[in-house]
Ligand binder design. Structure first.
Ligand code: GDP
Ligand code: IMO
Ligand code: MG
Length: 438
């Protein structure tokens, strides 16, 4: 069985957690391969509502192996809290495995995240402040502390002291901030490492063996392709190394690229973004408010899962959709939050941009150019009826079907899942993630 990757096709928060929670039913292994606690995946199922930052969304089934791969950076305290929260709410976490090669978010990383954002001033990225970016910088600088170091006291003491000498210089001399205490960090983090040790393993081997046995493997992406370090709206991107595009899954989990044959692109029926950076179809009118506050009374509006920040909202950007569909090799689309578009008189889709006197239909690399893009919209008829109880294509209003068909044409891939609400079964599913009709 080939492995399948689920990626976000926009700027994150497309509903990847929700899609993975649904499709995990037909898989044996569910694995996160990138990012860290900057991710926030919301899942609403028979056990209630959950916000997961590190644990894969397959954990709720009990019989799935859930892997946190080598490409993830782990804040140990957050992971321990997340495991405890799941256990308290009746979720069995005994089949969780954590890569010994994953990197650890240390106390200096969130501090640096904040100091660096302050230095950027008006050019601030609007990071989640979780220290995820600086932890990936340490990984690429070859000075990171890995899970294997954290759980091995003599390795940990050595790595910690070298890193802290370096960062205390930076804190004191550059940021005029107090230094951190090696002894305190060693005591606290050794304890966290000891608690995580039972879950730590060579996860690449676990996943490779599963692949060799023919098990179904689902690789759960984080963020979205437009936040990817290489493909995204640089520098307003995240720092994940191996990135947030499908190609990164192979690196971040330790499976060769030939194992991955299918890519599910999760796209929201409109566009959202948290943090700063270009967003050509951003709206500032009552339509934006309406998109943002749909379901807000139930705590389901467009507000960040991790930071609570209001998300910037706008119409579906077909230029960027096509761009990320091609970059990821999307073979199947999961279109989410179609219910949020109910009630609009007309629904708009951006099909190209006007740039100075010309027209462009892909994402320019230069931020200076991106700032001048003016979306060219195609207007489609809206639909009045609430669709959150619809479970078949036939029962959708004709205008909603027309919208879905247009998205398929733009993304050049079939929409195999339409999500019409946050709950597990609020979906119209025509094919599972392996391409079989359901
Ligand atoms: P992720 O980071 O891609 O997993 O997405 P988030 O969980 O951060 O954000 C998606 C939000 O939309 C969450 O609040 C989900 O519960 C919610 N959601 C997902 N699919 C749907 C849907 O089809 N309709 C509605 N109304 N909400 C949805
Ligand atoms: P999920 O997996 C939405 C954004 C931040 C900021 C930029 C850099 O839930 O889709 P960082 O803390 O990573 O250095 O911040 O990236 N960002 C996300 N936005 N969803 C996410 O993850 C995100 N992860 C990072 O808001 O603009
Ligand atoms: Mg999210």
């Amino acid at each position: 069985m080939p492995a399948v990757v689920v990626i976000g096709g926009q700027w994150g928060d497309e509903g990847k957690g929700r899609v993975v929670d649904y499709h995990a039913r037909s898989c044996s292994v569910i694995a996160r391969y990138s990012a860290g606690t900057n991710a926030g995946h919301t899942i609403v199922n028979q056990l209630g509502k959950f916000g997961l930052q590190l644990v894969p969304a397959g954990i709720f089934y009990g019989d799935k192996t859930c892997v946190i791969g080598n490409g993830v950076v782990i804040h140990p305290g957050t992971l321990i809290d997340e495991i405890a929260m799941l256990e308290e709410r009746g979720v069995d976490t005994s089949r969780l495995v954590i890569s010994d090669r994953s990197h650890v978010v240390m106390p200096w990383h969130p501090l640096l995240d904040g100091y660096e954002e302050r230095l950027r001033a008006s050019g601030a990225i609007g990071t989640t402040g979780t220290g995820t970016g600086p932890a990936f910088v340490d990984k690429a600088r070859r000075s990171g502390i890995r899970m294997v170091d954290l759980i091995t006291p003599e390795l940990f003491r050595e790595r910690l002291s070298a890193q802290l000498d370096y960062y205390n210089h930076i804190f004191e001399r550059l940021y005029e901030a107090p230094p951190l205490d090696a002894g305190e960090i060693f005591a606290e983090y050794s304890e966290l490492g000891a608690r995580l040790r039972p879950w730590v393993a060579d996860t690449a081997d676990v996943v490779q063996r599963a692949h060799e046995r023919g098990d179904r493997i689902l690789l759960e992406g984080a963020q979205g392709a437009l936040l990817d370090l290489d493909a995204g709206t640089y520098p307003f991107v995240t720092s994940s190394v191996p990135g947030s595009v499908a190609g990164g899954a192979s690196i971040g989990i330790g499976l060769g690229p030939t194992a991955i044959e299918r890519v599910v692109g999760v796209y929201k029926a409109y566009q959202t973004r948290v943090g700063n950076g270009p967003m050509p179809t951003e709206l500032f009118d009552e339509d934006a408010e309406r998109l943002r506050n749909h379901g807000a009374e139930r705590g389901a509006g467009e507000y960040g899962t991790t930071t609570g920040r209001p998300r910037r909202c706008g119409w579906f950007d077909g230029v960027l959709g096509r761009y990320t569909s091609r970059l990821n090799g999307v073979t199947s689309v999961a279109l989410t939050r179609l219910d949020t578009l109910s009630g609009f008189e007309r629904v708009k889709v951006c099909v190209a941009y006007e740039l100075d006197d010309g027209r462009v239909s892909t994402l320019p690399a230069s931020l200076k150019t991106t700032e001048r893009l003016k979306p060219i919209y195609e207007e489609l008829p809206g639909w009045k009826r609430d669709v959150s109880n619809v479970r078949s294509l036939r029962a959708l209003p004709a205008e909603a079907r027309q919208f879905v068909r247009r998205i398929e044409q733009i993304l050049d891939a079939p929409v195999d899942m339409i999500s019409v609400g946050p709950e597990r079964d609020q979906a119209i599913v025509t094919r599972d993630v392996f391409g079989s009709a359901v």
